[in-house]
Design a binder for this molecule. Sequence first.
Ligand code: HEC
Length: 155
Amino acid sequence: MNAAPYLPRLDRLRRLMLATVLLCGVAASSMAAPEAAISPQRARSLYLLHCSGCHQPDGSGSPRFGVPTMRGMLGKFQQSSAGRAFLVQAPGARNAHITDAELAALTNWALLAFSPATLPAGFQPYTTEQVSRWRANPPLDVAGARAAIVSRFGN
Ligand code: HEC
């Protein structure tokens, strides 16, 4: 038996398989789970994995080394839409290797874990769509944007 005549077919099969794998990848990324499908446990794990090295497991940061505390603070950023946007635009959040849905779920989890008492009445959890929009349009001057937001914090 000579296998040669089957080679072109095998080649076509291989290309078909590759195309299928690529298509599945595209479908999976466009159907990525929305933030609501990510459990608080998963959000906490993402925080521990991607953020706690600098922000500490309890969110207290290292103010001496320029990592601000999240405790009793994150909720205040919910007073304005610029403040809400800022929490997902801070460099460590924006550049983390996690999806927009994961960052939304992580931020919603962190707000409740680290700053529940400062959440304004009527607080709306972050949606994936908001995170996508804000994450893609960060302020050029991060420190300046933060200073402007914090100066308008009410009690
Ligand atoms: C390498 C250290 C590091 C890592 C990792 C990191 N951050 Fe940060 N983060 C900082 C520093 C430093 C600041 C202060 C602002 C700045 O210089 O970027 C900050 C600021 C922030 C702020 C703004 C808080 C405020 O009061 O201004 C948020 C929100 C934030 N980070 C979220 C995250 C999230 C969410 C993650 C994980 C996905 C993360 N960070 C990972 C170092 C880090």
